[in-house]
Design a protein around this ligand. Structure first.
Ligand SMILES: [Zn+2]
Length: 285
C-alpha cells in the first residue's frame, strides 16, 4: 500500500488549536493518513526527548516517519571544509531518525555553483561514495533506513532523475526521492500523460531495479516554474502549472509500486495528502 502524509504541519492543524508536532501523529491518523515528514530544513530545532516522544506517537498511530535533512547540504561544493558540514548534516539527521525510529531521510544533493554541471556532478558522485564509506565506518545500522537523494527543480541544482538514479547505485539504502513537481518544473510543464510518468519509472527500473523502485519516496505538489525551473510551491487547487496526480497514480498501480507520498503543498499539505490518497484509492488499472 502507498502511504500518504504531509511535510510538517499545515495551517488547518494550527487553526484547530494544535500547537506542537507531538499532536500531529494522532491528528493525521484521524484523517486517514499514514505518513509524516519532519522537516529539519532550516536546522535541528528539536530536543532528543521530543524526537523520541514524536517517534513513539508515530508508532502508536501507525504513521511512517521520514525526516528532511537541512537545505544547506551541498555535496558539490569544491570547498572540503564546507562539505564536512554537509556530512555532519546527514549524520545528525540519521541520529535523529534513529531516535525517532523513523525510516527515511530525504536530502538535496547539491548545486553547480560556479562549476560546470559535469564538474559539479563528478564532485557530487565522489562525495556520495565518501558518504557511503563513512556511514559504513560509523557502524550505523542502515538495514531499516533509506537515505533518499531528491530530484531537484531548479536548473542550477544537481538532481535530475537520471543523476539521482546514478547516485542510488552506490548503496542498497540509497533510494530516490522523486519530487514530481520539481521534475515537471525542470521539464517546463511537460509531465502530463501516463506515458510521461511511465518513461521516468521505466528509466529507474532499468537503472536501479524494480525492488528499489517499489520503495521510492515521493514528494508531490504543484509547483510554479519559470525559465530556470522551480519558483514556488502551490496547492492542488492550481490548474495552471501541474503536475496532475491521476496519471502517476495509474503508473504506480500498474507497476505495483508502494511509495511513501508526501504532500508539500503551501499551507494545505495534509488536506492535499488526503486528496492524493482519494485519487489513488479511486484509480483502477
Ligand atoms: Zn526537498
Amino acid at each position: 500500500m502507498a502511504k500518504f502524509g504531509p511535510s510538517g504541519n499545515c495551517d488547518l492543524f494550527y487553526e484547530q488549536g494544535f500547537k506542537t508536532s507531538l499532536d500531529a501523529p494522532k491528528w493525521l491518523k484521524n484523517r486517514g493518513l499514514s505518513a509524516y515528514e519532519y522537516p529539519f530544513s532550516r536546522g535541528f530545532n528539536v530536543s532528543e526527548f521530543v524526537a523520541q516522544t514524536l517517534g513513539e506517537k508515530c508508532k502508536e498511530n501507525d504513521i511512517t516517519l521520514s525526516v528532511h535533512a537541512p537545505y544547506y547540504i551541498n555535496f558539490a561544493n569544491p570547498d572540503d571544509e564546507f562539505v564536512e558540514k554537509s556530512f555532519n548534516y546527514i549524520f545528525t539527521s540519521l541520529k535523529y531518525l534513529n531516535i525517532m525510529k523513523g525510516e527515511r531521510c530525504v536530502f538535496h544533493p547539491g548545486t553547480c555553483g560556479k562549476l560546470s554541471r559535469e564538474e559539479a556532478f563528478e564532485l557530487l558522485k565522489k562525495r556520495i561514495k565518501e558518504l557511503v564509506k563513512r556511514i559504513y565506518e560509523s557502524g550505523i545500522d542502515m538495514s531499516n533506513i533509506l537515505l533518499c537523494p531528491e530530484t531537484m527543480g531548479k536548473s542550477m541544482q544537481l538532481g535530475t532523475y537520471q543523476e539521482v538514479a546514478e547516485l542510488c547505485t552506490y548503496a542498497d539504502y540509497l533510494v530516490p526521492t522523486l519530487d514530481f513537481g520539481h521534475i515537471n518544473s525542470l521539464l517546463q510543464g511537460k509531465l502530463k500523460t501516463e506515458e510521461d510518468f511511465e518513461e521516468i519509472i521505466k528509466y529507474l527500473i532499468d537503472k536501479i531495479g524494480i525492488d528499489k523502485v517499489k520503495k521510492v519516496h515521493i514528494h508531490f505538489s504543484k509547483i510554479m516554474y519559470g525559465d530556470k525551473g522551480e519558483i514556488k510551491h502551490l496547492t492542488m487547487e492550481d490548474t495552471e502549472y501541474g503536475p496532475e496526480f491521476e496519471p502517476l497514480a495509474k503508473v504506480l498501480k500498474k507497476y505495483d509500486i508502494h511509495p511513501v507520498i508526501i504532500s508539500e503543498s503551501h499551507g494545505t499539505q495534509a488536506e492535499d495528502a488526503n486528496l492524493l490518497k482519494d485519487i489513488y484509492d479511486n484509480t483502477n488499472v
